[in-house]
Each structure stands twice: as C-alpha cells, then as structure tokens.
Design a protein around this ligand. Structure first.
Ligand code: NAP
Ligand code: F7E
Length: 323
C-alpha cells in the first residue's frame, strides 16, 4: 500500500490485517513525522522506504513485497495545496501512478498483481452544465477544477490504459469525500470538528474558514476502504463510484457539529478568511453508488449526522486528554 500514513491508509491497514493479510506500507523521507505513530498503532505493517516520484525505489518495493494486491493511496490530496504546488502535484499524484504501474510491469508481475487506483469525485467539477440530477456515475463527463483534479484524471486514465493495453487487473474507485476520526486537520470536516471540540473545552474561541456554501457528498472512510477491498476481490477489474447519494453544505456540517456541543448558532464562532478560498471551486458534488451496491454488494454503515457526531465525540475525547 502507498499512502499508509494517510487517513485511508490507516483504515485499510486495519481492515487487511483483520483479514489475515501480510501488509507492506511504503513510507517516504529520511524522517517522517508520522512514522513513530504508525509503528505504534500498526506494528504489523512492514515499512518499505520508497517515494512515488522515485521509480527505482518502487521497483525495489515491488521486489521486496511481491504483492498480490496493490492499493495506490499515496498522493498530494489537498486541493488548496495543489493550487500552490501544481508541478509537485503532477509529479506525485499523476506521474507517480505511472511509475508504480511500470514498476509492476517491468518486474514481470502484471499477471499476478491486482491494482487499486484511488480516483476521485474531484474529476467531475460540479459545474452547472454538467450536473446529473441523480448524481455522478462511472460514465459522467469529467471537468476537473484544480491541479489536483487534473492530476487525478491523468492517473485515472493511465490506470485504465494499463488495464486495456496489458490486460492488468487494475480497478479504479471514484470516491466521493470520505471523512472520520483519522482525517487530516487540513480538511474542512476535521478542521471543524477539532475546533468545535476545542471551543467546547475552552481551548479556542473561534474558527476561520473559506467559503461555506459548497456542497459535498460526505461518507465515512471506514466504509470506503471496505469498498476498495471489494473491488479487488471482484472477478474482473472495473471502475466504481463510492458515495452516499446525499449532498450537504459546509453550513449544514457546522450546524450539526455545533449542535453536538449544545450550541444552536455557529455564526458567533466562525470567521471567514479569504486565504482558505480557492482560485476555482467545485460548487457541488453528489455521487450515485448504485453500481458498487449492485455489483459488489457495497453498503455504508454511517449516515451524515452519525459521521459528524462520531468526529466531534472523538475530537472531544482526544483534546480532553491534553486539556
Ligand atoms: P491523505 O490522508 O492526504 O494521505 C496521502 C498519503 O500520500 C500520505 O500517506 C502521504 O505520505 C502519501 N504521499 C504523499 N506524497 C507521496 C510521495 N511522493 N510518495 C509516496 N507517498 C506520498 O489522503 P487520504 O484522504 O487518505 O486519501 C487516500 C487517497 O485517496 C489519495 O490518493 C486521495 O487523493 C484519494 N481520495 C481521497 C478522498 C477522500 O475524501 N479522503 C476522496 C477521493 C480520493 P506522507 O505521510 O509521507 O506525507
Ligand atoms: O474542502 C471548503 C473548500 O479540503 C471541502 C480531498 O480528500 O475530497 C477532498 O477534497 C470544501 C471545499 O475537501 C475551508 O473550499 C471552506 O469546497 O475538506 P476539503 P475537498 O476539496 O472536497 C476529494 C473527494 C478528494 O479527492 C481530495 O483528496 O470545503 N472550505 N473552508 C475549506 N476547505 C478546507 N480544507 N479548509 C477550509 O478552511
């Protein structure tokens, strides 16, 4: 697995371990701040030093692990950061996928390795002309709105191209936003739940955010990594949307998060700061997961209010230990 130090990597490591897998995780840098935490939490993960931009390191990683399944979760995944670092985003999020696919191919493992590519709803764009009423599905038009979305679209198509050209078992999961207790603090949901917990405990008095009107289809990450695994157990490679089929604004998220600490009005606590706005925004995302439900039997266990509540309660618990 690449991206083992990230949100999905944590959930997936846990899932694969529970199923008896031998799990290898790629870790980069000479000192990765998340390494110690990872070693404590997942002592069963065998770490291999590698970087998606370094082809030789990937060939070495493939040779060491001889993988039956590869989950390519590693990426620059923050949309705002990708606007500030577009070339690095292209190198890692786009070309990194090609590097990894080629590492598998030149190692002669094309026939024996199943490959999951982490595609994203950010490839759709949410513009007026391109909004299917029932939600985006696997055949909807793409119109990415950020360097991240553009890089992921290349990644999506190169993954499909290796499936079509070399007959490799490559599946893509077009995942809509998924969140939870492992979400990075730089993403809006966790930024909100962490701040709400801090406000509740008297550690913080306000929260600065960008635009509050965009809408997202938010699910729980634990449910989504189970879908990734199901994609690689299917008898043939394919593309699948994972989503909830509901969309909510950031304002709705704020309302539920503050309600969880007994505050009926979030406005006195929230300030708007232009530094968190993006040069181009994805106004609305709504996914149609019916193919994954029908073909894979995928289902989700956490609804929107359940997700917000789980995250706020988790953050109150974590911050209480330090208060
Ligand atoms: P995340 O928490 O941001 O984790 C990203 C991971 O990528 C980290 O482990 C990071 O490692 C690794 N990485 C970054 N640069 C790398 C490089 N040069 N070489 C190797 N690894 C590198 O992301 P996530 O939320 O778990 O998402 C997992 C994947 O799904 C990503 O590809 C993301 O774009 C995609 N996705 C996410 C969502 C979502 O809502 N979460 C939705 C659709 C698609 P370090 O610790 O070393 O930085
Ligand atoms: O932003 C708005 C922001 O950064 C959500 C990634 O996992 O999901 C994620 O991308 C919305 C946007 O996620 C702040 O402008 C307002 O409209 O939490 P986010 P994202 O951009 O939707 C997709 C599916 C991925 O694939 C990505 O990897 O919230 N927003 N104020 C803010 N966003 C942030 N981060 N911080 C704010 O202060």
């Amino acid at each position: 697995m690449t991206g083992v130090t990230g949100q999905d990597g944590g959930h997936l490591a846990e899932l694969l371990h529970s199923k008896g897998y031998e799990v290898f995780g790629l870790i980069r840098g000479q000192r990765n701040a998340r390494r110690e935490a990872l070693e404590r939490e997942f002592p069963f993960v065998r770490l291999i030093e590698a970087d998606l931009t370094d082809q030789t390191s990937l060939i070495h990683a493939v040779a060491t692990s001889q993988p039956h399944e590869i989950y390519n979760l590693g990426a620059i995944s923050h949309v705002g950061y990708s606007f500030r670092n577009p070339q690095l985003t292209a190198d890692i999020t786009a070309k990194g996928v090609l590097n990894l696919l080629e590492a598998v191919r030149v190692s002669g493992l094309s026939d024996s390795t199943r490959f999951y590519q982490a595609s994203t709803s950010e490839m759709f764009g949410g513009l007026d002309y391109n909004r299917p009423g029932a939600g985006y599905n696997e055949n909807s038009l793409f119109h990415p709105r950020s360097p991240y979305g553009v890089a992921k679209l290349y990644a999506h198509w190169i993954a499909r191209n290796y499936r079509e050209s070399y007959g490799m078992f490559v599946s893509t999961g077009i995942l809509f936003n998924h969140e939870g207790e492992r979400r990075g603090l730089e993403f809006v949901t966790r930024k909100i739940t962490n701040a709400v917990a801090a406000i509740h405990l008297g550690l913080q008095d306000h929260l600065a955010l960008g635009d509050l009107w965009p809408k997202r289809d938010w699910g729980y990450a634990g449910d989504y990594v189970r879908g990734m695994w199901q994609m690689l157990q299917h008898h043939e490679p394919d593309d699948f949307v994972l989503a909830t089929g509901e969309t909510h604004s950031i304002e709705e998220f704020l309302t539920l998060a503050f309600a969880a600490i007994g505050e009926t009005d979030w406005k006195p606590y929230v300030r708007q700061d232009p530094q968190f706005r993006r040069p181009a925004e994805v106004d609305i995302l709504l996914g149609d997961p019916s193919k994954a439900e029908r073909v894979l039997g995928w289902e989700r266990t956490v609804d929107f209010p359940g997700l917000v509540s789980l995250m706020v309660q988790h953050d109150i618990q974590v911050l209480s230990r330090h208060a």
